[in-house]
Structure formats: structure tokens, C-alpha cells
Design a protein around this ligand. Structure first.
Ligand SMILES: [Zn+2]
Length: 322
């Protein structure tokens, strides 16, 4: 038994040694194989980059793009060093880029097209430091009240803006013509004075489109949102509201406030509402009667008013030529 054991054990040891040796050999071969594969890939990548560089350098017009990271280097970079492969955008970087692009698109969509850099819809592009008086709507019983107010203001060297409801104005075309001849601006106040946001997009667009042709749109009731701003821009308008509402339209005991009340409201309004500001009044209230007192008070307080520089056109400039 001892003899058998003496013969078999070394045999087993020999066999185990061979097995381990073979496994080590195979493992080494495997590692070698993997390493060779890695080298092969490196070589392929190097060739790919070389071809990319050659393509970029020989075809400058296409040098904005290439495989690998997907882009060639800009010409300036190529000039600085013969070739510097760009980095593959990391997922986080790519996500940030996508978010930034989305934000930019949203900003463009939501922002008033009228909000070209620095445009302030409440000031209607008035950056002059002077006050712009504005008269809205229409006087149904006395349409010529508009041109009489316009005549008074021109006599004081003042340029105002009239926002006429075209449903009325189109039946009295001489009003807008005369106002512009007097040196005032005449803007769009829609066709029939609805709340634009309450309308369908199609109807809102039609209300603006059928309004008195100009480049400033005063939304009825000052009621507008991003959609109206975008519609206005699409049709060539900037939104124009106001900084000082005289509340001349608000009746007390069935009566509009009188000229002295309106005059006091303007006089007592904060400077920020008047300096480069826009005052809102209406043609159907007592506001036209209050104009002489308002003009006097503003002058007395040291404010300038938009200066009347002669006839205007439908195109109202930004910034306002005050
Ligand atoms: Zn109105």
C-alpha cells in the first residue's frame, strides 16, 4: 500500500503541476491577446485621427466637424498647433448644453419680440426723460375732439400719441391723417377693443391685423400676455402700455372725474412715472379738458414733454423720437 502511495502521489503532483502550468500559460496568452487587441484599437484610433486631421486641414470649409469627438478644431486652433483633438462632450456637458439651448428657445418664444434689447413696454420706447401723453379709444359723440386736443398740444409744442379703436377710426379716416399731420403718433388699439387674451389666437391676430396700421400696439385694457406680444411682433408691433394711469375712465356717482382731479393726479404722481414716462388718458372722458392744466403743471415741476417735431408716419420709432 505504501508502495502504491509512493508511486501515485508524485504522479498526481506532476499532473497538478502540469495543469497549473497550462492554466498559467493560457491565462498569459489571454492577457497577451487582450493587450494586443488594445494596441490594435490604439492604432486604429491614431489612424482615424490622422485621417480626420488631414480631412479638416485639406477641406477648411468642412473643418467644423469630424469623427472621434465629432468635430474638427477651428482654423485658429489648427493654426496654433497642427492638430489637437477635441474632447468628446461628456453627458453632463451635453445635458447642460441641451438645457441652455432649450432656455434660449423658450426665452425667445416667451420674450416679447417687442423686447428687443432694453425695450420697456410700459415706456413704449421712451428713453428721452420727457413725458409722453397718450389719448385712447374714441369720442363717439364728438370724433373731432381728438383733432382739437391734437391742435392744442401742437400749439404747446407737444407731441402726443393717440391709440384709436379702428372700428370707429376707419369710418373717419381724416382723424388719423390730421393727427399725424399735427405731429402726433397714431397707434393701433385693436379693431373693436376686446380683451385680446380672451380670444382665440386667430381672432386675436385678426383684431390686431385689422387695427389702425402702425408699429405700436396698445392692447385694450392693457390686457396682454406672451401670446399677444408674440402676435404683435409677428404683425410688426411693439406693445405699448403706460407708467401713469390717470383713472379718468373710472366713474364716481355716474360721473367721470373732472379736469382738476385729473390734473392733481398727474401732478402728485411719482417722478418715476413721469420721467421717460407715459401718461394714459381717454378721448371719451374729461382728460382732453384736463390737458392745459396737466401741461402747465408738468412744466412747472420741471418735466419736459415729448417735443412736436412735425408730421409723423405710421412707423413710430424705437426709441421714441421725443
Ligand atoms: Zn382702450
Amino acid at each position: 500500500m505504501a508502495t502504491v502511495q509512493a508511486l501515485v502521489v508524485p504522479l498526481f503532483r506532476q499532473r497538478r503541476f502540469e495543469l497549473v502550468h497550462r492554466l498559467r500559460l493560457q491565462h498569459g496568452l489571454l492577457r497577451q491577446l487582450v493587450f494586443q487587441q488594445f494596441l490594435l484599437q490604439l492604432e486604429l484610433r491614431r489612424k482615424q485621427l490622422f485621417l480626420t486631421r488631414r480631412s479638416c486641414l485639406t477641406r477648411p470649409a468642412e473643418s467644423s466637424f469630424a469623427p472621434g469627438c465629432g468635430r474638427c478644431q477651428p482654423e485658429a486652433v489648427i493654426t496654433g498647433s497642427p492638430f489637437r483633438p477635441c474632447r468628446r462632450p461628456r453627458p453632463v456637458t451635453a445635458a447642460i448644453a441641451v438645457l441652455a439651448a432649450l432656455s434660449a428657445v423658450l426665452a425667445v418664444c416667451a420674450a416679447p419680440a417687442s423686447a428687443a434689447a432694453g425695450y420697456d413696454a410700459e415706456r413704449c420706447g421712451n428713453t428721452s426723460g420727457r413725458v409722453l401723453l397718450t389719448l385712447d379709444d374714441w369720442s363717439v359723440e364728438d370724433p373731432d375732439r381728438a383733432v382739437r386736443a391734437g391742435s392744442f398740444l401742437r400749439g404747446r409744442g407737444v407731441r402726443a400719441a393717440f391709440f384709436l379703436v379702428n372700428h370707429h377710426a376707419e369710418r373717419h379716416p381724416h382723424i388719423a391723417v390730421t393727427l399725424r399731420r399735427q405731429g402726433h403718433w397714431v397707434g393701433n388699439h385693436s379693431y373693436s377693443h376686446p380683451h385680446l387674451p380672451a380670444l382665440s389666437e386667430k381672432a386675436a391676430r385678426e383684431e390686431i391685423r385689422s387695427g389702425l396700421r402702425s408699429t405700436l400696439l396698445r392692447p385694450p385694457f392693457g390686457d396682454y400676455g406672451p401670446r399677444e406680444t408674440a402676435l404683435a411682433a409677428e404683425l410688426g408691433y411693439r406693445i405699448c402700455t403706460w407708467t401713469l394711469d390717470t383713472l379718468d375712465w373710472e366713474k364716481t356717482g355716474g360721473q367721470f372725474p373732472g379736469p382738476e382731479v385729473l390734473r392733481a393726479r398727474v401732478r402728485q404722481a411719482p417722478a418715476a412715472a413721469k420721467r421717460s414716462g407715459v401718461v394714459l388718458g381717454h378721448l371719451f372722458t374729461r382728460f382732453p379738458d384736463a390737458l392745459p392744466g396737466i401741461v402747465d403743471d408738468l412744466h412747472d415741476q420741471g418735466y419736459g414733454l415729448c417735443r412736436n417735431g412735425g408730421p409723423t408716419t405710421a412707423s413710430i420709432p424705437d426709441p421714441l423720437d421725443c
